[in-house]
Design a protein around this ligand. Sequence first.
Ligand code: ADP
Ligand code: ZN
Length: 732
Amino acid sequence: MAAIVEGEGRAAASRGVAVLLPLPLERPYDYRVPDGDLPAPGALVRVPLGKRDVVGVVWGPATGEVEPARLRDVIEVLPLPPLTAELRALVDWTARYTLSPAGAVLRMALSVPSAFDAPKVPLGYRRAALPPPAGMKLTPARERVLAIASSRAVPLGELATAAQVTPSVVSALAKAGVLERAPVASGAVFAAPDWRKGGVRLTPDQRAAADSLIANANGFSVTLLDGVTGSGKTEVYFEAIAAALAAGKEAVVLLPEIALTAQWLARFQARFGVAPAEWHSDLGTALRRETWRAVAGGQARVVVGARSALFLPFPDLGLIVVDEEHDSSFKQEDGVIYNARDIAVVRGRLAQIPVVLASATPSLETVINVERGRYKRIVLPERFAGAKQPEVRIADMRIEKLPRQNFLGSALRTALGENLAAGEQSMLFLNRRGYAPLTLCRSCGHRIECRNCSTWLVEHRLVGRLLCHHCGHSEGLPIACPSCGAAESFAACGPGVERLEEEVAALLPAARLAVVTSDTVGSPAAAAEFVRQVTEREIDVLIGTQIVAKGHHFPLLTLVGIVDADLGLAGGDLRAAERTFQVLHQVAGRAGREQRPGRVIVQSYMPEHPVIAALAANDRDRFMAEEAKNREERGMPPYGRLAALIVSGPDHATVDTMASALARTAPRDDGIEVWGPAEAPLRLLRGRHRRRLLLTAARDIDVPETMRSWLARVPPMSGVRVQVDIDPYSFL
Ligand code: ADP
Ligand code: ZN
């Protein structure tokens, strides 16, 4: 009797599969496959979960954790290509390394769970297959409507406007059956890039670089494409993309600031005849869904995108490019905390394909990997067409006597005037959005802080409000001081780009100015418009944050002013010097990209600081060597490993209890040290109190495993969240 039951059980188990769901779950759940063939690993399946349906991915045979008789049935296998073994391995690897639930990582690969639901997109009108009924005259107005709706469904309003008719003309055609209702399509086409088309004529150096990239086409390798801004790195890696396409494979390019890629897209189109598929947070639902499916189906052959493009389901990926590989925005700081640059290398290894890391200021991690012989390096030594490196001058602000609340020194003021007179463009860089970073009561010294975060509110005069840059809280400027009651007593302290604009406007009333920040050019359309205005000489002086530094090529821009070069050096951040050097170098690289020579003026109160000295001497390699020595002495990355724990919650006493419990159970193995708990520099964020612990470890230690067993020793507490940040970049 028992034997028979057991036999039945086994038969039922063999009809089961383990399905990973795109939810914060550590492991796959078992489901029964009622009939037909068992779906293969990677297949997308719809399964019940509680009262709803979820689309998940078959991860393997059933685990047998639940009695077969109690398993629920797979509802359907979706008619989509299965996720490749390589992508599934990437999900597992990322989950293990970042200590994230595998389901949360899968969610990034599926991107939008709703991508699989019946489209909820609105309905529009499309030309039906039926000919117009006898007696219906095709007036020119009707003809226009039919022409526009011939290839895709268009919403009523848009259709009427485009055809210059009233909506009743459209309704009449629909009533006659000449138009039919259909879901609105984004209109995106995923045409195949033509790798044969050919682009610019490469210089001999560029040709050699491209040839060595192409020679790596088979198997896993990582190559640093190291070249100053304007040396043609993009043109060179385009050739590697062409080679991947020629081999029938796909390519993905990760860019840090996807909002600002209009010029990149135009160049891609010039080289390959069509635009690549784009992948970023600004895609609407319909386009996101279509793009995901086009990638899975192998129609979208080249995708350019933000870090999440790395988890797209390419059927046969042949190349990964990470442009501006040093950029810290590749580190995702919430949800699954990962560094897309590092995960790109992992995907390259799992897929056995080449990875190209491009930068003019490579990260120390990458440089050391080159020195250790793990990565190759290809150097592009010169700017294209003999454009010279800009001349860099340091303005020592200690000897300037600037009027209060003025920020432009004499060298920069003079140069701005000269440039305007010469009809050339200038750019001022200040990495601070808004008008002033601090608003202070002149009578009592009260500083206006965010009510949710331990940080000052930043005045934004363009929108007339005080904003928190951490939680998004905003409020009006108070008339009376909330602390002492003094009326109109507030003073704006310190510079932001909006305030700098005021100073430039007073200095050069005739100049046409533009403030460029994520507030003003946040969307791709706004970014494209800004690029157009600069290119068509409608702007004389750009005043911007980091966002202006990325990837632009403005031929008439010959002066760059760095208003406060020391800004990023404050604070004890491990990478403060490296990051400041990278940003300032990149900003400086915007000057004089064509025949006209460029000038860079760097305002600093500490000209002897290694970062400022290296900029002045244009000596990146010496700076990096010093930085490397410094980190090696302290056992810091890339010579040692780091991991951070961030303990947070609404009640500070519980947060402290948890943080102390973690400190007591901290690992004490050789080669490991744990620091803290300490109040986080952002002690309060979005209403949550925060404490930090930092683990430093020797390079040979498996840090994720150490963290896992550490956390397992401390029972979770309600109301407290513990976030793990492996290889932290932010220490706030
Ligand atoms: P990087 O990526 O290194 O900053 P880019 O690839 O953006 O350099 O090149 C800088 C500019 O020079 C671009 O406008 C690019 O089109 C142009 N350029 C680079 N190489 C060539 C070439 N061989 N022929 C024509 N234009 C080139
Ligand atoms: Zn806040």
